[in-house]
Design a protein around this ligand. Structure first.
Ligand code: ATP
Length: 380
């Protein structure tokens, strides 16, 4: 794949850490850089910003910012950087802080106008306030708006929520989701929060010890069984689905995605809207039969694609693919799978089950199964 950001860097520090990454990242949406502390996330962003002078190549949208003979200095790189703590001018009002961002760009080159940034980040009621009178979440919203007013071609965010409490994170996330969908520029977003990855990312890069362990679309990468991101109790997959049907009597809505669809609690979105959902491995069980008498509403045909042990010998994680080509399970009789409600393609899920069940069902790659999905949550 040739993305809009091609970044290859090699650098090492006294103390032993070395970074060696080779990334092709998409032109739009949020790419999360995820990894444990010290894996090289911030160093990668700093290399992109030109704050660290690594060996390598950087091309953004076809324009070379760095190669063996050339190094575009930091201040000439069309990017904005949002840090953990908003660094606003305390003696200026919110409006003046925002103007400061906008002033750096000649009027003819502005791609994002003042009013638009204020709207996107919900700042109109705060414009005359001083940063010291704002909450941490509000300050971060101002910092993001100020960054956007520099009309960057690339937005870098380094753990922008990690200094905020739970409530402030909850309040700011919808703004970031909105930006992800509204902006036509790529956002590189450093985090070590799996929740933020699931909510915000479209593309996921996993770093470990300065190397790229994985680099791919969100759902596929979260479903990989060989990455540290899946280690904890909350292993699962995040996916984008479309609301296709509503059952008003039972307060349910059906959401469709490549290879399947699910009935979930009605969340109020209109038909045709996209929602982001998480399906946790512990909510997916596997069976060789479609248990019609089960209380479980969502039973989908799938194919086993892999399995790994976990930290506990009783438990394994199994990867399946919904709607896998070649599935020879009979289509469900009644309520579930009208082909019109399934988008083309396949979706991977992870199931958490006991090693005993896995052996009893003789689960192995290629085996056709029924996935019983107990619950799936819309992320908000
Ligand atoms: N200027 C420097 N000189 C020496 N070592 C450095 C320098 N900058 C970073 N390092 C080291 O490089 C490694 C990677 O650091 P980096 O900040 O990129 O990690 P990170 O994944 O962003 O971590 P965190 O999640 O804790 O922010 C760390 O071991 C760090 O100590």
């Amino acid at each position: 794949m040739t993305g809009s950001i091609e970044a290859r860097f090699r650098t090492s520090f006294q103390g032993g850490f070395s970074l060696d990454v080779d990334l092709d990242l998409p032109a739009t949406g949020v790419t999360a850089l995820f990894g444990h502390s010290g894996s090289g996330k911030t160093t990668t962003l700093r290399c992109i910003a030109g704050l660290n002078r690594a060996e390598g190549t950087l091309r953004v949208d076809g324009e070379t910012w760095q190669d063996a003979r050339y190094f575009l200095p930091v201040h000439r790189r069309s990017l904005a950087y949002v840090f953990q703590e908003a660094s606003l001018f305390p003696h200026l009002s919110v409006r003046q802080n925002l103007d400061y961002g906008a002033r750096r760009i000649p009027a003819g080159e502005r791609r994002i106008e003042f009013g638009q940034a204020v709207d996107w980040l919900g700042l109109s009621a705060l414009l005359d306030r001083r940063p010291t009178n704002l909450s941490g979440g509000e300050r971060q919203r101002v910092a993001v708006a100020r960054a956007l007013l520099t009309s960057p071609r690339l937005l870098l965010m380094d753990e922008p929520l990690s200094a905020l409490d739970h409530q402030s994170k909850k309040e700011i996330l919808p703004y970031l989701e909105y930006l992800r969908d509204a902006l036509s520029i790529p956002i590189l977003y450093v985090t070590h929060s799996p929740d933020e990855v699931a909510r915000l990312a479209d593309h996921l890069v996993v770093l470990e010890a300065g190397r790229v362990l994985a680099d791919g679309p969100l759902t596929e990468t979260l479903a990989r069984l060989d990455l540290p991101i899946r280690q904890d109790e909350d292993a699962g997959v995040a996916l984008e689905a479309r609301v296709v049907e509503r059952d008003a009597r039972w307060h349910l809505m059906r959401v469709a995605f490549p290879g399947g669809s699910l009935w979930i609690r009605d969340h109020g979105e209109e038909i045709g809207r996209n929602v982001r959902m998480r399906v946790l491995a512990r909510d997916v069980s596997l069976a060789l039969e479609r248990h019609e008498e089960s209380s479980i509403l969502n039973i989908l045909p799938a194919t086993v694609t892999g399995s790994v042990p976990t930290d506990h010998p009783a438990v394994v994680l199994t990867q399946i693919r919904l709607g896998a080509p070649g599935s020879n399970l009979a289509p469900p009789a009644n309520q579930n799978e009208n082909p019109a409600w399934i988008l083309n393609g396949t979706t991977p899920l992870i199931s958490r089950l006991t090693a005993r069940s896995s052996e009893a069902l003789a689960l192995a790659p290629g085996k056709q199964v029924w996935a019983h999905i107990k619950t799936a949550a819309v992320l908000d």
